[in-house]
Write a protein that binds this ligand. Structure first.
Ligand code: 4AD
Length: 597
């Protein structure tokens, strides 16, 4: 590049130089000649840069003939504009670049430089603006620290209320504590907070000085606060939860939530990976949808209890640690119980049966455990199992009872305004099923599958005696589109304790309740009440009867016809609230590989 500077890179300059030399005195000729020689030498090595548009490389090329650039633009950018360019466009070898192409490339380079300059200027301006903003914010924060909010003691004392009681406390001065569910700052003098206290949502409006304190300026979503003021009904046309808002006269922070990267809204985003959301379920449950499901769940369980209460059932609380299986050994969670084998209960059924002579009809709402390897959307490792047992009933009594139970709970859930709202929020298209429910025998289901071309994976049809797995069962249920009582399963595919149908001993007096979208939500049956038959059934199932002595005794000390069922609460909720998976219907789901948090 030095020689380019010496000659300003133009051959015209060099010609003038030669002309100048030739017209000067002879004394100088020797010196001039040597300068000419040097200049000529410099010119002869004046840089020639090679560009090969076919196989050159802008990233790694040096401009040498054996390492050409790919573009003229790059050559000019790296080597400067005063170079000679030899360009190769095809197989014909390097040629001097045309004047037009050189001109065009220089123009483009100039435009690029201009643009880069503009961008640099913009960047500097943005940096300066940001710095100013940060300085202004720091100043504002410093100033805000000097603003101390104080409750005006001349106002009437504020009564502490829950948000659910907001309507009846309108126009009075109240104080409400909760978490900042949403926050909107409008200008310098107005803040809207949607406060959540678990009993509801309440819009609070902060104005003037209340928005200027350090706490106000740094307030974050999920901070816990207490707001004092008066709740007023909103004028027509304005909307807020409960159609009212709390106009604050004072407020205080109880516990602040972080800002920045750790801020709640950065941690919990709806599009996050499902397993990340499960790891953070302790935060996710604060959201509107999940909390609505959990609230509806509480109401539904309450309504199940209400059904049993009006039907005079007694609630019992059976043990969770057991030494017997109910639904097959393959799904047992085993553990060491002071040196003995024990399991987490699969079902409380056997214990409920023993309560009949003591308490009459009984029920329980208890956790059941299944070591399910299957990763389906309706299987949990721990689920809430609603089970009931009744003595002196027939199989038809059992089916009628089940239909009454389900309909009672739906009716009661929808009769309560707040719970009905939750159902509407989560499942706007929910339709109460019409009665009577469809009752279909297993044998007819096998026929249905054939008639509707629902086959096994290998293309063959299901035959009598085979278990109907989840997928075809759901295909049938979804096609029928209403609750089904599927009854009379062959005894080989059902649990050892099920009573055989006296009119067809190939099948049992058993029922699965199937719901569209979810499949089986209830499994029930009449129980074997003959001791000899039960002892034989243990043998067939390969069960050692010894630890079942107490269950067998039930058939010794005043046996009776009896039956019962188990309903998966999460499956019932998945159906009622239209949740994709049972995992969304419990507080902290447990399934294969998940025991956190
Ligand atoms: O059909 P299951 O296995 O029947 C029993 O346990 C009987 N001993 C109950 C009884 O008669 N007392 O289970 C009953 C219901 C199923 O219909 C389903 O709703 C639910 O329990 N259930 C599950 N829910 C979630 N995850 C699992 N892994 C479940 N396994 C069964």
């Amino acid at each position: 590049m030095t020689h380019n500077v010496a000659y300003q890179g133009t051959s015209n300059n060099f010609l003038s130089f030669i002309l100048y030399c030739s017209t000067n005195s002879i004394d100088h000729h020797f010196t001039m000649a040597s300068e000419i020689a040097q200049a000529a030498e410099k010119l002869s090595i004046s840089e020639t840069v090679y560009v090969d548009e076919v196989s050159g490389c802008d990233a790694q090329g040096t401009g040498a003939e054996n390492a050409p650039f790919k573009t003229v633009l790059k050559a000019l950018e790296v080597k400067g504009e005063d170079v000679k360019i030899q360009i190769k466009k095809d197989d014909e070898g390097f040629k001097e670049i045309s004047g037009a192409q050189m001109k065009k490339a220089k123009k483009t380079l100039a435009e690029q430089k201009k643009k880069a300059k503009r961008l640099e200027e913009q960047k500097l301006k943005q940096e300066a603006d940001l710095k100013k903003k940060q300085e202004d914010e720091a100043k504002a924060l410093e100033y805000a620290k000097s603003i101390v909010l104080e409750e005006d003691k001349s106002l009437p004392a504020a009564e502490k209320i829950k948000i659910r009681d907001a309507t009846q406390n309108r126009t009075k001065r109240v104080k409400v504590s909760g978490w900042v569910h949403r926050l909107r700052v409008q200008g310098k003098d107005m803040m809207f907070i949607i406060l959540r206290d678990g009993s509801g949502y309440l819009q609070c409006v902060l104005t003037g000085k209340l928005c200027h304190s350090f706490d106000a300026i740094t307030l974050t979503v999920e901070s816990a606060i207490t707001v004092y003021g008066v709740i007023n009904e909103l004028p027509e046309g304005k909307t807020a939860p409960g159609h009212h808002e709390l106009v604050a006269d004072y407020w205080e922070v109880v516990g602040k939530a972080p800002s920045g990267e750790d801020a709640f809204n950065n941690k919990v985003t709806p599009d996050a990976d499902p397993s990340y959301l499960l790891d953070n379920r302790h935060l996710v449950i604060r959201g509107e949808t999940v909390s609505a499901v959990l609230r509806a769940r509480a109401e539904v369980i309450k309504n199940f209890r209400a059904f049993y209460d009006q039907a005079h059932f007694t609630e019992v609380t059976p043990p969770c640690m057991v030494q017997t299986q109910v639904e097959g050994g393959s799904t047992l969670f085993a553990f060491n119980y002071y040196g003995e084998n024990a399991y987490l209960t699969q079902s409380s059924q056997l214990y409920l049966e023993t309560c009949l002579p003591s308490l009459g009809d009984v029920f329980c709402v208890a956790e059941s455990y299944r070591a399910e390897k299957s990763h389906t959307r309706r299987h949990l490792s721990e689920y809430t199992h609603l089970e009931a047992e009744m003595a002196f009933i027939s199989f038809d009594d059992l089916l009628d009872h089940l239909e009454n139970l389900i309909c009672f709970v739906i009716d009661r859930t929808l009769a309560d305004e707040k719970t009905a709202e939750l159902v509407k929020q989560l499942n706007p298209n929910f339709q109460k099923p019409s009665r009577p429910f469809l009752r279909m025998k297993y044998a007819d289901a096998i026929k249905y599958l054939k008639e509707n071309d629902i086959k096994k994976e290998d293309g063959s049809f299901y035959e009598f005696g085979e278990d109907i797995p989840e997928a075809p069962e759901r295909a049938m249920t979804d096609k029928i589109g209403r609750p089904i009582f599927l009854t009379h399963f062959p005894h080989e595919i059902k649990a050892f304790y099920m009573q055989k149908d006296p009119s067809d001993r190939r099948v049992t007096e058993s029922v699965d309740v199937l719901m569209p979208g979810v499949g089986e939500i209830v499994g029930g049956s009449m129980r074997m009440d003959n001791r000899e038959e039960l002892l034989q059934a243990y043998g067939t199932a390969g069960i050692d009867p010894t630890p079942y002595y107490w269950y067998t005794d039930q058939r010794k000390y005043g046996t009776t016809p009896h039956g019962g069922y188990g309903l998966g609460v999460e499956r019932f909720l998945a159906w009622l609230l239209n949740r994709y998976t049972v995992r969304d219907c419990c507080l902290y789901p447990r399934f294969t590989g998940r025991c956190t948090p």
